[in-house]
Design a protein around this ligand. Sequence first.
Ligand code: C5P
Length: 230
Amino acid sequence: MSERVIAIDGPSGSGKGTIAARLAKELGYSLLDSGALYRVLGLASQRAGLDPEQDFDAIAQLALDLPISFGRPDDSAPWQEGSVWLAGDDVSLQIRTDEASALASQVAAIPAVRTNLLQRQRDFLQGEGLVADGRDMGTTVFPNSPLKIYLTASVEARAERRYKQLIAKGIDAILPALLRELQERDERDMQRSVSPLKPAEDAIIIDSTDLSIEDVMSQVLGLTREKLSN
Ligand code: C5P
């Protein structure tokens, strides 16, 4: 039997983060939020005064040594679900801003960065199994995964979801601007030379444009039972 990894890839706003987190909890698997690695690297590069359009070697080196931790700053601290730490600093909110999203997709386009983050991502496979959320989980990081899901939705639906999330949090947002940002990020993620965003050949494609999170979750659970039931 191949490795117990469920790879969930897709563009921003497709709902894959929510689905991956719920699925990991339901199955008792570990969770890899690979986007958070690129987001933290973008922030760390900015803090170090590096330019993602030029300082490729320095950013790739930073990727190797990145002092990132998930859930708590160190082993002795209490667990804080969903938190992300950079060198002991809680960056959970900072890495989710639109500026951080753009920076993440810039550093993610540097080939040496992707190479240098490969092993770190594979190391998340421990214990019962892993749900891996990203853009290239099924194509590059876990090519032997027995279940690869490519979750997508129209760019309009994804922008609208993001708009509603921000408004619900009391944050001002402009729908056409969100739509443009998503289109730019999709373009950069799909056009880059290394590990571009695309479904693996053996991925199951789910279009969530007209589906609720519950609908997607029940499809994914059904597929999990089918493919990992031994
Ligand atoms: O998934 P999330 O929106 O947090 O990812 C932020 C950015 O990181 C993406 O737009 C993409 O450029 C990059 N990324 C990537 N490969 C992954 C995960 C994220 O290139 N596996």
